[in-house]
Design a protein around this ligand. Structure first.
Ligand SMILES: [Zn+2]
Length: 317
């Protein structure tokens, strides 16, 4: 058996997808490539960190532990949403409990614990017997596609920082923040605007006018999963609402509002959001009341408010 980390089996597909999203994005990359973007992706195998762009080398930097965590969270949210809700106990109209004795659920608990520890230096060796990107099951095949869409979105967000000269506007703010100085109101607004601009750029790079409803749905699903799994990647001690970034929960809901789908796809997206946000609340001991909601969107708004109420607190894990 090779010692290759299973996540590495996706790197070629990741690069190919990133470079071939559609004709318009390809042209964008070619233009930038000629001027300022090297179009190189650097995989960082060091300790856990979020995605970033290197403004000197013009590389997109993706941390292997981050990618692994994102894959695992995507797997769990997808599997719970698509399959485990069928056998869940319906407590109220909007609230169900997953069967904790189900061997596959136990396996997902284990997968979560292992992946979550990667943030703080846990062993990177993928435990035997747990689902991984190189496993040949139908669920893994689907999860790999969602994961690649999610990371492609994250990569185009970084492309935006590289090609739109964000660093010029941002470097003084970053320096001030690094040295521990307070930022002015204008600096806070500017840095959040740059982040939102990068999200919009990434969305516009991935979805084109000619895409069918089904393609748009799949791409948006990937973007939502990028946001949901990123919630879990926030470092311990950080806040969801920091001074520089709009909170991940805010970005997920902004993404959600970009498209409308038919009832079935809308329902599947909402259900995935419900799973991811509820998991986040459970992890951070944010109590979800078993209220009744007439509409799915009311339940999601309720979860948003719950998380928003804790977004200025330091995360405990
Ligand atoms: Zn950014």
């Amino acid at each position: 058996m090779s010692n290759k980390n299973p996540i590495e089996t996706l790197y070629d597909r990741l690069t190919t997808t990133f470079e071939n999203v559609n004709e318009q994005s390809k042209k964008r990359l070619e233009q930038y490539d000629a001027s300022q973007l090297s179009r190189r992706i650097r995989i960082d195998t060091g300790s856990f960190s979020g995605p970033s762009s290197d403004h000197n080398s013009k590389e997109i930097v993706l941390n292997q532990r981050f990618l692994t965590l994102i894959w695992c969270i995507t797997y769990i949210i997808y599997e719970v949403t698509a399959n485990k809700t069928k056998t869940a106990k319906q407590v109220t109209a909007n609230y169900m409990e997953i069967d904790g004795q189900d061997p596959e659920v136990k396996q997902m608990d284990w997968l979560f614990d292992w992946a979550f520890k990667l943030k703080t230096g846990g062993d990177e060796q993928w435990p035997d017997g747990l689902p991984n990107p190189a496993t040949t099951t139908e669920t893994v095949r689907i999860v790999n596609v969602i994961f690649i869409d999610a990371i492609t979105y994250i990569m185009y967000h970084e492309v935006a920082h590289l090609v739109n000269n964000h660093w010029n506007s941002f470097k003084e703010i970053a320096q001030k923040k690094f040295l521990g100085f307070d930022l002015t109101e204008d600096e806070i607004i500017l840095s959040k605007q740059l982040e939102q601009e990068a999200d919009t750029f990434a969305y516009e790079s991935l979805i084109s006018q000619d895409d069918s409803d089904e393609v748009r749905y799949h791409k948006l699903f990937g973007m939502i999963m990028a946001g949901l799994s990123t919630l879990f990647a926030h470092p311990k001690g950080s806040k969801l609402n920091d001074e520089i970034h709009p909170g991940s929960h805010i970005r997920i809901f902004n993404t959600r509002l970009r498209e409308n789908f038919d009832e079935g796809n809308q329902f599947r997206l909402n259900r995935a959001m419900n799973t991811g946000l509820s998991m986040f609340c459970k992890l951070h001991e944010i109590k979800i009341e078993q209220k009744k909601f007439a509409e799915f969107t009311e339940l999601l708004d309720y979860l948003f408010e719950l998380i928003q109420a804790h977004a200025d607190e330091k995360l405990k894990c």
